[in-house]
Design a protein around this ligand. Structure first.
Ligand code: HEC
Length: 158
């Protein structure tokens, strides 16, 4: 009887283990989809921030309409980020996010709010078409990206 019970619990462990592995490998699991969603958002944000960065650094001509478009896009995308970090969406090896995103949630959310404020500030400053005023607002935004990455993101290839 004891042997049978041991055999049975072993089997349960194997089945459970296989289920967990399958869930992790499944690209359509809620966690994988959340990771994909937040990566996608960050890439679109990065595209627009890079375009503005070129202008601020003097590597690209300042086109007020194009700059405002980029700034407005970022301001519109930032409020979508938090949704991409639901509980349980930390999968080692699949995310560059540190586990502290979930354990030190208040700090993480505060930095996201700061990013939100700074991105809407940049968008409204950009509407004034004054590159001199835009520069500090842009730096403030990028500083927040770095501040959060230092705290909550591991180095990754992309
Ligand atoms: C509140 C914290 C926070 C802020 C602010 C923040 N990020 Fe991130 N960012 C992260 C985390 C965490 C990851 C890792 C996400 C993952 O791999 O699941 C990340 C990942 C990224 C990635 C890599 C995406 C990928 O596919 O691996 C890019 C690009 C990026 N961020 C750009 C930015 C830019 C640009 C800004 C500023 C405009 C910014 N981030 C602001 C937390 C933040």
């Amino acid at each position: 009887m004891k042997v049978v019970r041991l055999y049975f619990s072993g089997l349960v462990a194997i089945v459970l283990g296989a289920t967990v592995l399958a869930a992790r490998a499944d690209p359509h699991s809620p966690a994988e989809r959340a990771i994909h969603y937040r990566h996608s958002l960050y890439h679109v944000i990065e595209w627009n921030v890079t375009a503005m960065g070129e202008v601020v650094k003097g590597k690209a001509a300042y086109d007020p309409a194009a700059f405002s478009l980029h700034a407005n896009r970022v301001a519109g995308l930032v409020p979508m980020i938090l949704e991409g970090f639901p509980p349980g969406s930390y999968i080692e090896g699949h995310t560059a996010a540190k586990e502290s995103v979930w354990t030190d949630r208040a700090t993480f959310e505060e930095l996201l709010r700061k990013l939100g404020t700074r991105s809407t500030t940049l968008a409204s400053v950009a509407a004034g078409n004054d590159l001199g005023a835009i520069k500090p607002a842009f730096s403030a935004l990028v500083d927040t990206c770095e501040e959060c990455h230092k705290k909550f993101k591991n180095k990754s290839d992309h």
